[in-house]
Design a protein around this ligand. Structure first.
Ligand SMILES: Nc1ncnc2c1ncn2[C@@H]1O[C@H](COP(=O)(O)OP(=O)(O)OP(=O)(O)O)[C@@H](O)[C@H]1O
Ligand SMILES: [Mg+2]
Length: 213
């Protein structure tokens, strides 16, 4: 029973991609999963609607006016892993998600602009932790859309480390990740055993380790 929020102020860094594919990895391990689509754009629901895979069964839209924190907590009572996909432009929704979450994941792309935007997301998650007077949510960075043949890609993890939070295994920019979305599938369903799938597996394993503590 865990609640994972995937957040960040910057648009297009891979929040929904990470949330959907982590759902795929946890389901593959036999866990029950629910993805709360708390982004008014509802890109997660749109991804799910493209196919008949896992996501078509486990994505639930949450209205912007809905009580996200209460919904996540209630869902976690009957689901092993609840993932919350949050929008880039709404700090209140991200804050509600952080108040409910055991773990906040902050995906970050290699652009310096992505790194700048991360500071705000990090302080929001830490504010929620202070409010809860708890060690939760734990907060981790996820290098996302990484191109290892570039300098910015190779140095992203160390740039993130300098911001003071632990960094999880990276997700590289790969065509199959976007192709899976077009088919309404997770990478685990669309390209099992591919390098992209191995990356999401490694990420899920690292996440699981944090949640076990
Ligand atoms: N690792 C990756 N490899 C290839 N394409 C990716 C990868 N991660 C994300 N993308 C693509 O980049 C775009 C943005 O990703 P995504 O929608 O997950 O970002 P987001 O942070 O959720 O965006 P938003 O802030 O709009 O909610 C999408 O078209 C997605 O398919
Ligand atoms: Mg998104």
């Amino acid at each position: 029973m865990a609640i994972i929020a995937v957040s960040g102020r910057k648009g297009g860094v891979g929040k929904s991609t990470v949330a959907g594919n982590l759902a795929g990895e946890f389901a593959a391990k036999g866990r029950s999963v629910l993805v709360l689509d708390a982004d008014p754009q509802h890109s997660m629901a749109a991804w799910a609607a493209e196919g008949q895979g896992l996501l078509s069964r486990v994505v639930e839209k949450v209205a912007p006016t809905g009580d996200l924190r209460a919904r996540a907590r209630a869902a976690a009572k009957e689901t092993d892993v609840v993932l919350i996909d949050t929008p880039p432009g709404d700090p209140e929704i991200a804050y509600q998600a952080a108040l409910a979450a055991d773990l906040v994941l902050l995906p970050c792309g290699p652009s310096p602009l992505d790194l700048f935007a991360l500071k705000e997301a990090l302080s929001l998650a830490l504010k929620a932790r202070a409010e809860r007077r708890s060690k939760k949510p734990r907060v981790r960075f996820v290098p996302s859309r990484v191109v290892m043949s570039t300098n910015l890609g190779r140095t992203l993890a160390s740039s993130l480390e300098q911001m003071g939070k632990k960094v999880l295994p990276p997700i590289c920019l790969r065509v199959v990740v976007a192709e899976a979305v077009a088919q309404g599938l997770t990478v685990a369903e669309y390209a099992p055993g591919s390098p992209a799938h191995e990356e999401f597996r490694a990420l899920a394993k690292a996440v699981e380790k944090i949640l076990e503590r």
